[in-house]
Design a protein. Sequence first.
Length: 60
Amino acid sequence: MAKITVDESTCTGCGLCAANCPEVFEIQDDNLAHVVSETCGNCDVKEVAEQCPVNAIIVK
Ligand code: SF4
């Protein structure tokens, strides 16, 4: 299973990942994206990661 992390020092909180995949990413009170699930049945998390404008999402 992929390990998904968000680099909090890089994330700008733009919300794109949460819009693309709300099952995995959630913008929380600190206005940064957090990983709330390690898997998504509906999308390819690697593709969502590639769309992050600052490459803050790491999928291993
Ligand atoms: S797309 Fe990238 S910069 Fe935008 S909220 Fe998600 S992790 Fe942060």
